[in-house]
Design a protein around this ligand. Structure first.
Ligand code: SDX
Length: 428
């Protein structure tokens, strides 16, 4: 029996289908609302609107659940390589050993950049934010691959997806090297995805880079935790850009731009700045008083989420990883971690945050781990973008392959002037 929702305006009543997914809330299909009732729905920021159907990621915000193609994030973070998660998000299943071997080979043979792209970096000032370099360079990639630019061809889509996912670590690491004035380090075919990123970030031409398994395992897990997250702001940006038929390189560049904001992917960098600003535990009460004062404009960065009204499951795994990495690196007491944990304890027992269901999100602890690993603050969001490129590309591919896919075009509630006549300047 088809479930329906009825809406009545005045004498008119319309029934609209209520559709169930595999998991999560049902949705009301409102597409006939304008024709039947001559009204639109109104949902600024689309916080209560399903913009698409998707099989990639599911979040239950009340219960703090995150699944990728049905697999709980905790199991993937604990047991999977990032390459397995890339395959899972792109193709819908975990790879068999044979598929895994072939996929890793495909990825590793697409990590190099066209040598002309090296010149792109020289156009930036050395103190450019790496996100600016990422945005510009990824957007320009389409100019280098005319051989696979027809997104209606499945093979072209697959190749573009592989190129973006395989090359983003090289671009990200080179953006860092450029700002340091150090020579670029090329990807190596004998390293895995996480190891290669570390080697390109920290390796030097003058010596063999020795992989620290603690760091590569931590990077592998951090990449998995940031890979995809339903229709967040940057993924929605990628989908909207892709709905016009724009090439996937341009779409991912748009996603990078959206992720950069401090309310989104820029939060990890903002958390570190916030902790440094607070300085010591004694300052927590006065800082939180500022946060509660709406006029201050001060937010508790790394806290709160549009969907999670419980713990972000990624934050719990990130906190656990934080302790592991610091212990394995022999860092006994990291003042920033101590301060972060005290801030979390105080906030979680403060009515202001409890009442608003504000819990730590994925960004609260990630910056502390990355800093302990020697990754500079300016590279926190680029690392988030590196990981999320897999989610963006997977969601872009799913959108393009959706039967009946159309250009996205939201409507509006107009609150401006009604029609009025032009007044010549001498009469104004
Ligand atoms: C990411 O969407 C995703 O999935 C994103 C992400 C992903 O993987 O893609 O998970 C990654 O972006 C995580 C979020 C990182 N951002 C931050 O940590 C920045 C700090 N957080 C806030 O800016 C905020 O919580 C947002 C942007 C994350 C969510 O904003 P919402 O949806 O507007 O927050 P809300 O509706 O839950 O707010 C409810 C109340 C409001 O106050 P009242 O009007 O009820 O009095 O809580 C307040 C908000 O002002 N509030 C905060 C707060 N977050 C919300 N107050 C202080 N500090 C905060 N961090």
């Amino acid at each position: 029996m088809q479930k329906v929702a009825t809406i009545s305006i005045g004498e008119k009543t319309v029934e609209m289908p209520v559709i169930s997914g595999t998991l999560g809330q049902d949705v009301i299909d409102i597409r006939k609302l304008p024709a039947e009732l001559n009204v639109f729905s109104f949902d600024p920021g689309y916080g209560e609107t399903a913009s698409c159907n998707s099989k990639i990621t599911f979040i239950n915000g009340e219960k703090g659940i995150l699944l990728h193609r049905g697999y709980p994030i905790g199991q993937l973070a604990e047991h999977a390589s990032f390459e397995e998660v890339i395959y899972l998000l792109l193709h819908g299943e975990l790879p068999t050993e044979k598929e895994y071997k072939s996929f890793k080979h495909t990825l590793i043979t697409h990590t190099l950049l066209h040598e002309q792209i090296r010149n792109f970096f020289n156009g930036f000032r050395r103190d450019a934010h790496p996100m600016a370099i990422l945005c510009g360079t990824v957007g320009a990639l389409s100019a280098f691959y005319p051989d696979a630019s027809d997104i209606t061809v499945p093979a072209h889509r697959e190749l573009a997806a592989i190129r973006l996912i395989a090359k983003i670590p090289t671009i990200t690491a080179w953006a860092y090297k450029y700002t340091q004035g150090e020579a670029f380090i090329y990807p190596r075919n004998d390293l895995n995805y996480a190891e290669n990123f570390l080697s390109m970030m920290f390796g030097l031409r003058s010596e063999e880079y020795r992989i620290n398994p603690i760091l590569s395992r931590a990077i592998n897990r951090i990449l998995i935790l940031h890979a995809d997250h339903e229709q967040n702001a940057s993924t929605s940006t990628v989908r909207l850009a892709g709905s016009t038929g724009a090439n996937p390189f341009a779409c991912v560049a748009a996603g990078i731009a959206a992720l950069w904001g401090p309310a989104h992917g820029g939060a990890n960098e903002a958390v570190l700045k916030m902790l440094t600003h607070i300085g010591k535990k004694e300052n927590i009460p006065s800082f939180l008083a500022q946060v509660k004062d709406k006029n201050s404009g001060v937010k508790l960065m790394g806290f709160g989420h549009r969907v999670y009204k419980n713990f972000d499951p990624r934050a719990k795994i990130m906190q656990k990883t934080c302790h592991e990495v610091l212990a394995e690196l022999g860092i006994k007491d990291d003042p920033l971690l101590d301060l972060a944990m005290e801030l979390e304890n105080v906030a979680l027992s403060d009515e202001y945050f409890v009442q608003r269901k504000l819990y730590p999100n994925v960004d609260f602890y990630s910056g502390i781990i990355l800093k302990a690993m020697g990754i500079p603050t300016s590279m926190f969001t680029p690392l988030f973008a590196l990981a999320r490129t897999t989610g963006w590309v997977s969601q872009w591919k799913e959108m393009i392959e959706e039967p009946g896919q159309r250009i996205s075009r939201p409507r509006q509630l107009y609150t401006g002037y009604a029609e009025r006549q032009f007044v010549p300047i001498e009469k104004r």
